[in-house]
Design a protein around this ligand. Structure first.
Ligand code: ADP
Ligand code: MG
Length: 836
């Protein structure tokens, strides 16, 4: 983890006149606000990695703040340098500089090519691009036709701007010319505060690829790719001060908006790794592009520029507070390498060698090997988890699909059960369909099945009101609302610097889309009960599948927790290994000191035996030999242990036996010495004067005492060593036990995972079956509908024919009637009434 490097640069005052009030004072890496008589204003002192005073040149800023990043970029690390501050505080001056005071960008470009020249063992390919973010749109400054470019993200390239022109370059002059041509296309405008105020954020980007030359034997064929971003931000501004209106006002609002998003990201990141939660990188194009530089894989420097004038004190304080927060951010930086197959093989071979060396270099070699194995297993597990995650995602999509199908089936179901077909019902459906379509078009034409979820967020008591208007299903970024600028007041960016988090997500949420019945076709009754039963069956199956899915999710989170615990235990084991590794060294040290002590003792003993030929002297020589050989054996063994000779672990018993033999020898030599000394003394006792006899006796007793005390010390040391060895062995045993239990747990986990995977595949099979069945049901339903239509058609034809017949019958009837009437009139015979 590496902290972001943050510096503050004070611009020279615009006029030399001083107001006589408060002023900013720079002392070493500290800047603080002082009153007239140099008394500091409390709570306004800030410390940073560097504070550059007014007279400081761009070259010095470059040297102290950015040179390292530039050099690291040549070596394969991502790097980002950006200038932040209010309008006219000197951001563009720092990044671009002037003819006699070249800025960070031109100094950096020159340095990169110098560094490339120096690295004769690598080949380089450098590409540059230059873009601006103007009114939340990305424009290519090297190709005017490339406007409104989109941000994409891929596993291979990370976050990138699609369609951005990249020029391959091979000299600093070529790059500077390109920048010059790009500057022409940049958006500038005049405000009260700066006659040529940058109205856009510009990002100058260099992609440096390198590969070891073929003739370099030490190279691993890996290709390093690093991205260097040099960013000149547009200035945060208070609209009242800049006097912006019309186009300038709109620009200003966009500038403040993206700087607010940047502030949000910085504030969240400065909360520390544990409390971070969701980082809203997607809230602006600026933060999305700078994502790797903020809390990601990049070495990052921020130059915060401030204006020294008294009337800018509030903005300056804001900038300094922003800088203080940025200082707390840590990034995780690593060389970016792309490995070809050959490179991978070479790299793995080197790694194996290294591991082998390490294993040999450790008394706890076996344990180390086991830990490595465990680590490998963990990596595999992580991979599996990723796969599981992927599976989960695709399942979710499938579920969504199934849910939609279910809705459709429900509608069919209602079709089956309802007596259906009347005008008011279809009218209702039509109106529902309409409202559904409206909702869809409200959310940009894409319906978001369930409620739109927002991450939990801190309560913001003074939150200003912003509104998200458009959400898309797979956004390139979380779009800031168009209406934002109407409600975000101009001082909000100042609040942002003070740690205020504008919770764009929680403010006005898009209402959750209601689950809407699927629009009906012209509903008519007539489907069989069989369909209904099928639908119910399908429903039940779906429910089962959903339950299973939830179960998987629960198991997955349990597994995650277990994984974390295993990782913790592994790190504990590692600590223990370190302690165990220390033991041989400590033992070796104590052996060396015992040896010194022993040699001193023997020296002093030899000095007593004046005659080199005496038996005492001879015994001493033999003791000395035994001792030296004992110590050298011990030394070699412990050295072996320290160097990690594997055979050492088998040598424990050997050492102990040797020690025992030496002790025995030492004991017998000492007793022989005592005996041999006793005999002459006894002999002499009769002949010599009592005085000399006493002297010899005292001497001998003195020796004996010394020798036995030395022997005791050696014995104690030996026992101490033995205890240490025992301890060592116990450590090993406990570690082994822990490892065994870890392995057992790991196996269990593996089994669980396998069963989970099995279940996942089973459930997907069921899902396919369910989908097939559903399709069959749909087919049946369609044929039913078709049949019904045919029947209706026939009925219609029949009714028409029937009506026709009826008509002719009626006319025939009336004809008959009139004829009867006529006949009656002609023959006035009484006709029985019933025949009429
Ligand atoms: P910003 O980009 O922050 O809006 P500029 O870099 O355009 O501000 O600076 C505004 C003015 O101040 C420019 O005329 C610039 O030359 C001048 N200026 C800024 N910083 C310095 C400095 N350190 N030394 C000399 N002049 C400076
Ligand atoms: Mg500028």
């Amino acid at each position: 983890m590496e902290k972001i490097c943050v510096a503050v640069r004070v611009r020279p005052p615009v006029s030399l006149e001083t107001s006589g009030g408060v002023f900013w004072k720079v002392e070493d890496n500290r800047v603080s606000l002082h009153r007239q008589h140099d008394t500091p204003v409390s709570g306004t002192s800030y410390a940073f990695d560097h504070v550059f005073e007014e007279t400081c040149s761009n070259a010095r800023v470059y040297e102290l703040l950015t040179k390292d990043i530039i050099h690291a970029a040549v070596e394969g690390f991502n790097g980002t340098v950006f200038a932040y501050g209010q309008t006219s505080s000197g951001k563009t001056f720092t990044m671009n500089g002037s003819a006699d005071n070249p800025g960070v960008i031109s100094l950096g470009v020159k340095d990169i090519f110098d560094a490339i020249q120096m690295m004769s063992n690598r080949e380089f390919l450098v590409r540059v691009s230059y873009m601006e973010i103007y009114n939340e749109e990305i424009n290519d400054l090297l190709a005017v036709e490339n406007q409104k470019l989109q941000i994409h993200e891929s596993l291979e390239h990370g976050v990138f701007v699609a369609g951005l022109r990249e020029e391959i370059v091979n000299s600093a002059e070529q790059v500077l010319k390109l920048i010059e041509s790009g500057e022409v296309n940049r958006h500038f405008g005049e405000t009260n505060m700066n006659v040529r105020s940058s109205r856009s954020h510009t990002i100058f980007r260099m992609v440096i690829e390198s590969k070891g030359k073929d003739n370099d034997s030490s190279s691993t064929d890996a290709i390093r790719v690093s991205v260097l971003n040099l960013v000149d931000l547009a200035g945060s501004e208070r609209i009242a001060k800049t006097g912006a209106d019309g186009v300038r006002l709109k620009e200003g609002k966009h500038i403040n908006k993206s700087l607010m998003a940047l502030g949000n990201v910085i504030n969240k990141l400065s909360d520390g790794v544990k409390q971070r939660g969701h980082i809203p990188y997607r809230d602006s194009k600026l933060t999305r592009i700078l994502q790797p530089a903020l809390g990601g894989n990049a070495k990052t420097s921020i130059i915060c520029t401030i204006a020294p004038e008294e009337d800018h004190i509030e903005e300056t304080k804001g900038t300094l507070q922003f800088a203080s927060r940025a200082k707390r951010i840590t990034n995780c930086v690593q060389v970016n390498e792309i490995l070809t197959d050959a490179a991978l093989l070479k790299r793995q071979k080197l790694e194996i060698e290294e591991l082998r060396r390490k294993l040999q270099g450790s008394h706890a070699g076996v344990l180390e090997q086991e830990i490595l194995k465990l680590r490998n297993d963990m990596l595999k597990r992580e991979k599996l988890q990723l796969e599981l995650e992927e599976e989960r995602r695709s399942r979710k999509e499938r579920d969504q699909c199934v849910r939609e199908q279910q809705m459709r089936l429900q509608n069919h179901n209602s079709l089956v059960t309802s007596s259906g077909g009347n005008g008011s019902h279809s009218e209702e459906q039509n109106s529902k369909r309409q409202s559904f379509c409206e909702e869809c078009s409200d959310s940009n034409g894409i319906c978001q099945g369930g409620a739109f979820r927002t991450p939990c967020s801190k309560a913001a008591p003074n939150a200003f009101v912003v509104k998200r208007s458009n959400y898309s299903r797979l956004p390139e970024y979380s779009p800031l609302p168009d209406t934002f600028s109407n409600v975000a007041d101009e001082d909000t960016w100042l609040k942002m610097n003070k740690g205020y988090i504008a919770d764009l997500d929680s403010l006005q949420m898009t209402p959750a889309t209601k689950v809407q019945s699927f629009p009906l076709n012209d509903g008519t009754p007539g489907c069989s009960n069989e369909n209904y039963r099928d639908v119910q069956k399908l429903k039940r199956q779906l429910e089962n599948v959903t339950e299973e899915k939830n179960e998987f999710q629960r198991k997955y989170s349990e597994e995650k927790i277990l994984n974390a615990r295993l990782t913790g235990e592994i790190s504990e084991l590692r600590q223990e290994v370190l302690v165990i590794r220390e033991i041989p060294r400590r033992l070796y040290e104590s052996v060396v000191s015992s040896k010194d002590f022993y040699e001193d003792l023997l020296c002093s003993m030899k000095s007593f035996a004046a005659d080199g030929e005496s038996s005492t002297a001879k015994k001493l020589v033999s003791i000395s030999e035994i001792g030296s050989s004992l110590f050298s054996t011990l030394e070699t063994n412990f050295l072996m242990a320290m160097d990690g000779d594997k055979s050492f672990s088998n040598n424990d018993s050997l050492v102990r036996e040797q020690c025992k033999v030496f002790c025995e020898k030492l004991k017998s030599t000492i007793s022989a010495l005592i005996l041999s000394e006793k005999a002459p003394i006894d002999n002499k006792q009769g002949k010599n004067s009592p005085c000399s006899c006493n002297n010899k006796e005292e001497e001998s007793t003195c020796w004996k005492e010394k020798l036995s005390s030395e022997l005791n010390t050696i014995k104690e040391k030996y026992h101490g060593l033995e205890k240490d060895l025992d301890l060592n062995n116990k450590f090993l045993e406990t570690s082994k036990e822990m490892y065994d239990s870890l392995e057992r747990e790991f196996r269990l986990l593996q089994e669980e995972r396998d069963s989970l995977l099995n279940k996942v595949s089973e459930s997907s099979q069921t899902l396919t079956m369910v989908t097939d069945q559903k399709e069959n049901v749909l087919k049946d339903y369609n044929t039913e509908v078709e049949k019904k239509k045919n029947l209706e058609e026939e009925i219609k034809q029949f009714s028409a024919a029937f009506a026709c017949r009826q008509k002719s019958l009626v006319s025939f009837h009336s004809d008959l009637k009139s004829k009867i009437e006529k006949l009656r009139a002609q023959n006035p015979v009484s006709v029985p009434k019933s025949r009429g």
